[in-house]
Design a protein. Structure first.
Length: 607
């Protein structure tokens, strides 16, 4: 995956793009790996360590996510097309090297799993590579215009003068970084790869927010300038050194970052003037093949768009039936759609302050944390915090997301909740959303994954969407198994969250395969879900710029539930939730077919 795409699409996921430089003494290493006195698993782990070092050497951003501060701490990744091609070629070379040097059958089961996962990772990269220029460079979800400032504020830590020097260096590097991406966005637009017209105001607004305020104009400090001042002023340094660091940071903001952001705004305005009709990737010359690849990549299955669409319709009908039971339980008289309107418009279903929302979310998660040992053998060591999305990007950001902890303990896991519009954050969904993003959802899963010391780095820090998002959605329902959702409205909110993911199967395939308009997709969610209008619009806009990703949640959850039911049926009294969850979690992310193999093997052994 190209570095620009890495930033634009996965900067806040810890995996970096495939890259491996090989070794000069490959023949000697091959001989060593096959020598009778060399443990093949140890040799394979050494191979993966070398591969990981090479990946990190090509991604200063990935180093920072892992808490590594070295000579690259003041650098950004190379966003060029040449770097993207080199990354891909190194990844494929690493696969060839591994297959040449190691006999899979000679490895332990753990080694064989790593071998297979490395193959699958490279194969997904190979399938995606021909479509690499179909991705949007700047959009409201993953564009560098907001991701770079968020990275500087949340990831780049400053604990000494050297860290502050690196911060200033990175601010200076933002200019050429953004300008390279602007040129790529212009090239793709000329090839017909352009976001829909309604995306441009989001990107332009984000960019303007970054360069609003001091030192760019009169007023309060801009987000980055305020962050620099805060971090530098917290250091134990002479006042003159602090003033010098802040002055050099100001110079970098004015001389490098601001001109690049103005070019970005100008390019977005240029493209907006010529943006055509249509929202789905069917607009692209290879759109059908691209979308099929995206579905396979995210779900790790061979399900077609038609099959996924139908799975969505079937589950929407099932969940509607469960919702009607709760509607009767609370004594609401009317249709399900009328109940949706009631929940969407009733003031009693929304908090009136950010502080109240955060307090309730923290309280729910504190209760959940106490209950975890009854259902999990393995628990994370890393703490987590809940933070509102920063003001400069809250208008365009999604409603909630999670950022994993640093492996060295220097940064906790963070559950970000978007409180820009409290009318888009229903009280009824608060509980399920917190379980999904924090405990026992993404924080538990990703912190455990990060702490699996015996796994190769590509497994500890990589990701497979159907696995991780399937887990997140699964844990929403697991909360009910654990005794939560005692308020029927909260339980209805849980069903609403599941319904949301079922509807995603319908609208994502509708938009990108069946040529639905944005308005038709919005109308479908309005008719079939209780979510407020702002929530619905933001979601549809996300699915449009992130084709296929939203389908992974329900597909992954359904597989995990299917496997749990299979294990419970076959093992009877021998089944325990803790053991089942260990099999899922202690492998790190795996494709769904490998997850199924692991569960079946565990069942056979337990029987």
């Amino acid at each position: 995956m190209k570095k620009a795409a890495f930033l634009a699409s996965t900067i806040f996921l810890a995996a970096c793009s495939p890259g491996y430089g090989g070794v000069d003494s490959a023949s000697a290493q091959s001989a060593a790996a096959t020598a009778p006195d060399v443990d093949p698993d140890a040799a394979l782990n050494t191979f993966f360590e070398d591969y990981d070092r090479e990946e990190l050497a090509n991604s200063p951003l990935s180093k920072s996510f892992r808490g590594i501060r070295d000579a690259d701490y003041g650098k950004l990744d190379d966003p060029s097309e040449a770097a993207a091609i080199a990354d891909y070629e190194r990844g494929q070379a690493a696969l060839t090297e591994m297959e040449r040097r190691f006999d899979k059958d000679s490895l332990s089961p753990a080694g064989q799993l790593s071998y297979r996962l490395f193959q699958a990772r490279a194969e997904r990269s190979r399938a995606a590579f021909p479509f690499r220029r179909n991705g949007y460079i700047f959009d409201q979800m993953r564009g560098a215009q907001s991701q770079i400032p968020a990275f500087m504020i949340n990831i780049h830590q400053v604990t000494n003068k050297e860290d502050a020097e690196a911060y200033v260096s990175r601010l200076s590097a933002v200019g050429p970084f953004i300008e390279t991406l602007v040129a790529q966005a212009a090239e793709r637009a000329n090839d017909g790869i352009m976001v829909p017209d309604w995306v441009f105001p989001y990107v332009i607004s984000d960019a303007r927010n970054v360069i609003s305020g001091g030192p760019f104009e009169e007023g309060e400090p801009s987000p980055l300038f305020a962050d620099l001042q805060k971090k530098v002023n917290a250091l134990d340094l002479p006042a003159a050194e602090k003033r010098d660091l802040i002055a050099r940071g100001e110079e970098a903001l004015l001389g490098s970052l601001a001109p690049a952001y103005r070019k970005l705004i100008a390019e977005m305005e240029r493209q907006q003037a010529t943006a055509g009709d249509g929202d789905g990737v069917w607009r692209f010359k290879d759109g059908a093949a691209y979308y099929a690849e995206r579905l396979k990549n995210y779900t790790t299955t061979d399900l077609t768009a038609d099959q996924i669409h139908q799975i969505g319709l079937d589950n929407v009908a099932r969940i509607h039936g469960e919702m009607r039971k709760i509607m009767q339980q609370v004594g609401f008289e009317g249709s399900l759609q009328e109940f949706f309107v009631h929940l969407r418009t009733g003031d009693q279903y929304f908090h009136t302050s950010r502080e109240d929302y955060l307090a309730e979310a923290n309280a729910k998660l504190a209760e959940m944390e106490k209950k975890l040992p009854e259902f999990f053998n393995t628990l994370p060591k890393a703490p987590f915090v809940i933070k509102p999305v920063e003001a400069f990007r809250e208008k365009s950001a999604g409603k909630a997301f999670y950022q994993r902890p640093a492996p060295d303990g220097s940064r906790p896991g963070t559950y970000y909740v978007n409180l820009y519009d409290l009318k888009s954050m229903s009280k009824t969904e608060l509980e399920a959303l917190a379980y999904h993003e924090a405990l026992p959802g993404h924080h538990l899963q990703l912190a455990i994954q990060t702490e699996l010391g015996e796994l190769p780095a590509f497994r500890k820090f990589g990701g497979i969407t159907a696995y991780s998002e399937g887990w997140g959605l699964y844990t929403e329902e697991l909360g009910k198994d654990m005794g939560f959702y005692t308020d029927p409205y909260s339980d209805f909110g849980r069903l609403g969250m599941e319904l949301w993911r079922a509807c995603r199967l319908v609208v994502d395939t509708g938009i990108h395969d069946k040529r639905w308009s944005r308005e038709k997709a919005i109308a479908y969610l309005t008719e079939n879900t209780p979510n407020p209008d702002g929530d619905i619009r933001k979601a549809i806009e996300r699915y449009i710029v992130f084709p296929g990703q939203a389908t992974a949640y329900m597909i992954g959850k359904l597989k995990i539930l299917e496997l749990r039911e299979r294990a419970q049926t076959r093992l009877g009294d021998k089944f325990t939730m803790g053991d089942f969850h260990d099999v899922i979690l202690r492998s790190g992310p795996v494709p769904l077919n490998i997850m199924e193999e692991r569960i079946d093997s565990w069942i056979a052994g337990a029987r």
